[in-house]
Ligand binder design. Structure first.
Ligand code: PAF
Length: 320
């Protein structure tokens, strides 16, 4: 399968390594020329925290180029799937201009972002596209511009984003999506089609809205959130406000949603959240599309979310 991966962070590198290794033709679209150069010269590397052998892929087994060259290349030589693994910030600020020449194309795009709001943006930008949302629990830590550690095997859930009601759902006869699941499975991922990806997206949003900003502000790994009653109290309050918003918007969530968050902290105890990773690398965070989206939902329904407002301002104030 010919696959374009736009965004070569931890997840992009992980997907690229495994998909190339299993025989697919992968093109990587990077944000900086330096990353393209390093990938071309030194290839890419996926390693593990246990004693499994790393995957090393030489630079001649895949293509890499700056993101700005993507659309011209795609129009000359289309791929089967475009995988978007850029952060929300790039997706909203850089991709509209880059992708707009594809507005008449029936491209297949799959989005792996945390947070919400991007599917609607892409739907408006690319009305003919086949849009899919993915939710993953794979844990990947980037070591350098070309190296990633596969820190924990998770699952990948994929659903088609329907035009009618803005909800992700699966079409079982969707050959292209079935083919992608097959290809991901052959690459070693536990990948599934789901008719509940929208529910999963909101479940993940709840988890990210509690874990990510607090770990970013306190600069602690996820497991450290459980270390004191004071921390748990703030987490609980963020969770309570978020569920009030969900109730007001008619978004369903698991009865054991709070326990799920505690469980994620335990399972990913040693991990640096994606938001803390952004803060440590002086990158813009995804707070606007995580807690900021909850605030927008709260505004639409007249729900009061003072802690989410404060937390947004605190995180946004880290990078000036
Ligand atoms: O954004 C992240 O880092 C992850 O989604 C999660 C689940 C919080 C684990 O670190």
């Amino acid at each position: 399968m010919k696959i374009d991966i736009i965004g070569v962070g931890s997840l992009g590198l992980l997907l690229a390594g495994k998909l190339t290794q299993s025989g697919n033709e992968v093109r990587l679209w990077c944000r900086g020329i330096e990353q393209c150069r390093q990938l071309e010269e030194g290839g890419l590397n996926v390693s593990y925290e246990d004693d499994r052998d790393p995957i090393s892929i030489s630079g001649d087994r895949f293509a890499s180029a700056p993101i700005e060259e993507f659309t011209d290349t795609y129009l000359r030589e289309p791929s089967d799937w475009i995988i978007l693994t850029v952060k929300q910030n790039t997706l909203h600020n850089a991709l509209p201009e880059i992708l707009s020449p594809l507005k008449a194309e029936r491209v297949h795009i799959i989005c792996f972002q945390n947070g919400i709001g991007h599917m609607e943006m892409l739907r408006d930008l690319l009305p003919k596209a086949n849009l899919y949302a993915a939710v993953t629990t794979e844990a990947a830590k980037r070591k350098s511009l070309t190296e990633v550690i596969h820190a924990g095997a998770g699952e990948v859930w994929i659903g088609k984003w329907s035009v009618e009601n803005g909800q992700a759902h699966i079409i079982h006869t969707d050959l292209q999506a079935n083919y992608l699941i097959e290809v991901l499975t052959m690459a070693g991922f536990s990948a599934f089609l789901s008719n509940e990806v929208d529910t999963m997206i909101y479940r993940k949003l709840l988890i990210n809205a509690v874990i990510n900003p607090l770990t970013a502000i306190w600069r602690i790994p996820n497991g450290e959130l459980l270390a004191s009653e004071g921390r748990l109290q703030l987490m609980r309050e963020l969770f309570r406000e978020a569920t009030m918003v969900y109730d007001a918007c008619g978004v369903t969530y698991d009865e054991d949603g709070w326990d799920n968050i505690l469980e994620v902290c335990r399972i990913t105890a040693g991990n640096i959240s994606s938001m803390l990773a952004d803060v440590l690398a002086s990158r813009t965070t995804e707070i606007r599309w995580i807690n900021g989206s909850l605030i927008e939902m709260a505004e639409r329904t007249g729900t009061s979310v003072p802690l989410h407002r404060w937390i947004c301002q605190l995180v946004e104030g880290i990078k000036v």
